[in-house]
Ligand binder design. Structure first.
Ligand SMILES: Nc1ncnc2c1ncn2[C@@H]1O[C@H](COP(=O)(O)OP(=O)(O)OP(=O)(O)O)[C@@H](O)[C@H]1O
Ligand SMILES: [Mg+2]
Length: 1016
């Protein structure tokens, strides 16, 4: 039996998931009235001793006795793997032990004794509570209260279980669903389950078969072949010791199982003996005992009387004589943990006894090998007891027959020399993480196809770092939280994945490792985890971590395979370290109290601030500062740094990065409260729009506008109103655009805000252009240019960039207006100028707009250049993640391909289909008619009249709202020619008439519109 583990004496408070078990004796009070207090005390002691033993046997910790109830914890102070399962096993064991006590006391008490038990799993804060000298280790949190309430609800002999406990253990137990109970102090209800029984042969907790997911083995071919080769050598008479080493969850057991399946199928003559060491740690000889029990089917809980015959039968099966059995039996009973019941070993010195046990074990192996080659598998040797390991080495060194393969698995950190044998050949197979492609294959196999959005898939692969167990656990969480759901057609992603939180299975596994560390090493790792996935010694030393000898603790962390020193560091820099797994760092971090985290983030921020100087220019430094301050009490600093980092990303046109950084700044600002959100908020919205999140942008602009209105900030109001107008334009609401621009102009009256004015004027010019009023468009553009050119004589860099933007845009509008007025050559020059200015000031989406127009304009003068410029623009739009311009450039590219090359179907068609998909997905009704028209023309050219008509009519339907000439004309024109093709003459006539009217109304030349269908 295992001792109650003492709480770590230094046990600092931390956060963790525990399973709390409350057990309470029914009818205790009435008992007190019936029997003498002395008898009652004896009974009480016996009960508590038995219950404590049940807890300790599963590695739990008896927290306290509350009246006549006992609170036991699984997962604190020291976590083991599979704590919730252990708690339920303990609960069942308690009930069984109670039944035996009741039997013994039945006569004296005259009433039955029964327990009611409540078990619940969830987060708690664990650590010393109480005051001064009377501090004791305990846990605090709703999880414990709920366990107590479950216990109070439990009927006689019942074990009631909370939802999370059930979820984590349902592979191994059966439950009845009882309905729900109200949550105290919260809205809603929580489900309650009654534990029925443990399954006889539970399927492994690992894997996702409970969701109907079975994953074939991926990779590991080399290792499997090596195992088979070793077995061949054994057949040839050369004993083999094979170690499979690798991180927790990397696939050791899976490899061994696959190997054993092959052996069973192909070499049935081989005797296989298989066992695993317990994560609670094995008592002396425990590993050997486990092997014996497995071999002779002895239940671990079996009594001595039950054990003896099974053992004797097993030994007889090996052909041992009665006399031999008599000699060996006491030794094996000792190994099995029964001590020396017959006093047969009393004359033996400890050393001699040990040798005899080793010999006895060797005899078993030898006898077994006489019958057939023997394959002994011992898993998880890192938890084995040292005597058993000595015994294994002894056996490997002294076997006569050599037909033995000893196959062991262990995690890193296990001292492998302990097993070094002088006689057997040795092979070590290290299992490395799966390669990225293998990890992707695993995900695809699990979900039956390429189901996950690639961004999500890549994040999973990155987080799991090639560890199949991590991949499975992340998937499990996605399924359990409803992100992934199984539909008749297969798995589907239903909601956006919630990034936060390490999967519970991974947490439990990692916490078990963390709890085994020496106090200082653990404390150091926690501080390091706040710094990040990697950290340098200098920074660590500058922080208040309360660790005696940092170097020594780092060594311990290295030995425990938790951190590793990074090699690629210039010699003069401080040594750098990294957590071996990102998820390990997450668990260390989660384990810390919030208060301590916040404090450490602040301290790290302060050190880094000194290191990087007052205004860091490096994006990485800004991100680092932003990350730490955002999580510290000085959140505004975090917002500032993150916003600055976002600006840098945007300047580099890494829009996706910029968006992420602004979003982080925004959420830090929300936590900080006050005004801090406005700056990152507006930048975020500005970027949302081109990347296809117009709704979010609109929402933010509205909020920002309300705020500016409250504060009476007129220029800001005008700017936001203009931006809202532009949003409305892109989604096809021209009326609202006009109203917004007019409102913005009204706001700016008499206000000295020339840049904003220039922006607004050029926008108005653009609106006039799209409304078909090309002269007015020119006028507005010129006014905007004038305004921008007369700005302050010494603009700062930000101002300069804004001016360049206004000018580039105004030139563009002026250029396309000129083109519509028939001055194509001037138009080309001016748009080229616009692109030049935009590129010089790094305004790539404005440059993209120029490229779009040039792509159309060049078709009239230099078709080859048209394709070239569209391509260039398209690449740029992709680079900056600007979807709207991608659609435009693809459309123009398709037109160029279909007009000037013979690649209409091979290149033009796919391009136009993609453009259409983008415009549809983003609701860009402002541009959607263009790809529809182009697709209609392509279809018409290739004789698909019905399809073509459908596209034209859909385009017409959208265009009617805005009645934009350059779009309306091609709709009518297309339909007219189509009717002609189909011999529908009167319809053709009608559409021609309508097309003519459009041209007449706007003074447009129909030929020019056919050549230049769309400018912007
Ligand atoms: N190569 C693989 N292909 C597919 N699934 C795998 C592979 N390797 C492991 N798995 C799955 O990943 C999970 C973890 O693997 P396994 O239990 O074998 O790890 P382990 O190395 O034995 O870990 P531990 O040290 O905790 O015992 C299992 O569900 C297993 O089936
Ligand atoms: Mg394993």
């Amino acid at each position: 039996m295992h001792e109650q583990p003492p709480p770590r004496p230094e046990a600092e408070a931390d956060r963790r998931i525990v399973t709390a078990l409350f057990a309470d004796l029914c009818g205790y009070t009435t008992l007190g009235e019936k029997i003498d207090p002395e008898v009652l005390q004896a009974l009480q002691n016996e009960i508590f001793e038995e219950l404590s033993a049940a807890v300790a046997a599963e590695g739990g910790y008896v927290d306290k006795f509350v009246g006549d109830a006992l609170l036991a914890l699984f997962g604190a102070p020291v976590a083991h793997e599979r704590d919730p399962e252990r708690a339920l096993l303990a609960a069942l064991d308690m009930r069984a032990r109670m039944a035996r006590i009741a039997e013994r006391w039945q006569a004296r008490l005259g009433q039955p004794l029964e327990l009611h038990i409540g078990v619940n799993t969830g987060p708690v804060v664990a650590g010393a509570v109480g005051a001064g000298g009377s501090k004791s280790y305990s846990v605090t949190g709703d999880t414990v209260n709920t366990a107590q309430r479950l216990q109070a609800m439990a009927g006689t002999g019942e074990i009631l279980v909370g939802a999370l406990t059930r979820r984590l253990t349902q592979h191994a137990f059966t439950f009845a669903t009882l309905g729900t109970m109200p949550l105290r102090g919260k809205a809603g209800e929580t489900p309650v389950f009654r534990l029925e029984a443990s399954l006889d042969a539970p399927p492994p907790a690992r894997g996702l078969s409970s969701f109907g997911i079975d994953i074939a083995m991926i990779g590991r071919d080399g290792q499997l072949a090596a195992l088979l080769r070793c077995l061949d050598s054994v057949r040839a008479g050369a004993a083999q010791l094979v170690r499979v080493a690798g991180d927790a969850g990397i696939g050791k057991t899976r490899l061994v199982e696959t190997f054993l399946d092959r052996v069973r199928a192909e070499q049935p003559d081989i005797t296989i003996r298989q066992t695993a060491c317990s994560s609670l740690g094995e008592p002396s000889y425990g590993t050997l005992a486990a092997a014996l029990r497995r071999a002779y089917r002895i239940d671990p809980a079996a009594s001595l009387e039950h054990t003896r015959p099974l053992l004797a039968a097993g030994l007889a099966g090996l052909g041992l004589s009665g006399e031999e059995i008599g000699r060996l039996e006491p030794l094996f009973l000792l190994v099995l943990g029964f001590g020396d019941p017959d006093d047969a070993l009393r004359h033996l010195e400890p050393d001699q006894l040990r040798r005899q046990i080793f010999h006895a074990m060797r005899t078993l192996f030898e006898r077994r090998m006489e019958q057939a080659p023997l394959l002994v598998v011992i898993e998880d040797l890192h938890w084995a007891d040292s005597v058993s390991i000595d015994a294994l080495r002894f056996i490997m060194d002294r076997i006569e027959s050599r037909r033995l393969m000893l196959l062991v698995t262990h995690r890193p950190g296990f001292e492998t020399e302990m097993l070094n044998s002088a006689r057997a050949s040795q092979t070590t197979l290290r299992l490395d993480p799966l390669a990225i492609e293998e990890a992707k294959t695993l995900l695809e196999q699990a979900l039956g196809g390429d189901v996950l959005p690639h961004a999500l898939r890549d994040r999973i692969v990155e987080r799991a770092e090639g560890n199949p167990f991590f991949i499975e656990e992340i998937l499990r969480t996605l399924i359990e939280t409803g992100v992934l759901q199984r539909e008749p057609a297969g798995w589907e992603v239903k909601t956006a994945a919630d990034e936060t939180g390490t999967p519970l299975g991974i947490q439990a596994m990692m916490l078990a490792r963390i709890d085994r560390l020496p106090a200082d090493a653990r404390r150091l790792a926690q501080v390091a985890a706040v710094i990040g996935h990697s950290f340098d010694l200098a920074l660590l030393k500058a922080l208040p971590c309360g660790v005696h000898d940092i170097k020594a603790s780092l060594h311990q962390l290295g030995d425990a395979d938790i951190v590793e020193e990074l090699a690629d560091i210039p010699s003069q820099a401080a040594p750098r370290y990294a957590f071996r797994q990102k998820l390990l760092q997450e668990v260390f971090y989660d384990n810390l109290l919030l208060r301590r985290r916040t404090e450490l983030h602040g301290a790290i921020g302060a050190v880094l601030e000194r290191r990087y100087g007052p205004s860091p220019e490096h994006m990485n430094q800004l991100i680092e500062l932003g990350y730490h301050f955002a999580a510290s009490p000085e959140k505004e600093k975090g917002v500032r740094h993150l916003t600055a980092a976002g600006d840098l990303a945007r300047m580099a046109n890494a829009n996706a990065d910029a968006l992420r950084l602004y979003a982080r700044a925004l959420s830090a600002a929300e936590a900080a409260g006050g005004d801090a959100w406005r700056e990152p908020g507006e930048r975020y919205a500005d970027l949302c729009h081109p990347t296809g999140h117009s709704e979010e942008a609109r929402h933010l602009y509205d909020e920002l506008l309300a705020e500016a209105r409250d504060k009476g900030e007129v220029t800001t109001m005008a700017r936001l109103t203009r931006k809202l107008g532009q949003l409305a334009f892109d989604t096809g609401d021209r009326e609202r655009t006009t109203a917004c621009f007019a409102e913005a102009a009204g706001l700016l009256e008499g206000v000295d805000a020339p840049i904003e004015l220039a922006h607004l004027m050029q926008r108005q010019g653009h609106l006039a252009f799209r409304a078909g009023d090309y002269k007015r468009a020119m006028l507005w553009a010129d006014r905007a240019l004038e305004c921008a050119n007369h700005l302050s004589s010494h603009p700062g860099p930000a101002e300069k960039a804004e001016i360049a933007l206004a000018i580039a845009r105004a030139f563009n509008t002026k250029g396309v207006a000129l083109a519509r007025l028939g001055q194509t050559r001037d138009a080309v020059q001016i748009v080229e100028r616009s692109v030049e200015i935009a590129l010089a000031a790094n305004h790539l989406n404005t440059a993209c707009r120029g490229y779009t127009n040039l792509g159309a304009l060049y078709t009239t003068i230099d078709p080859a250049r048209a394709i070239d410029v569209c391509r260039r623009g398209y690449d740029m739009a992709r680079q900056i993640g600007d979807l709207g311009h991608q659609a435009r450039l693809l459309t123009n590219l398709a037109v160029a391909y279909c007009t000037f090359t013979d690649r209409c179907l091979s290149e033009g068609l796919p391009a136009i289909e993609e453009a259409l998909a983008i415009d549809r997905a983003l609701g860009l009704r402002d541009h959607l008619p263009v790809p529809l028209l182009v697709l209609g023309q392509i279809r018409q050219c290739h004789g698909a009249a019905a399809a073509a008509r459908g596209h034209y009519l859909e385009a017409l339907d959208i265009v009617r709202d805005s009645a934009e000439a350059q779009l309306l004309f091609p709709c009518y024109d297309g339909l007219a020619t189509l009717c002609l093709d189909l011999n529908e003459l009167s319809e053709a006539e009608r559409y021609f008439e309508l097309a003519q009217q459009v041209c007449a109304k706007h003074g447009l030349d129909p030929d020019a519109l056919i050549v230049l269908p769309f400018l912007d």
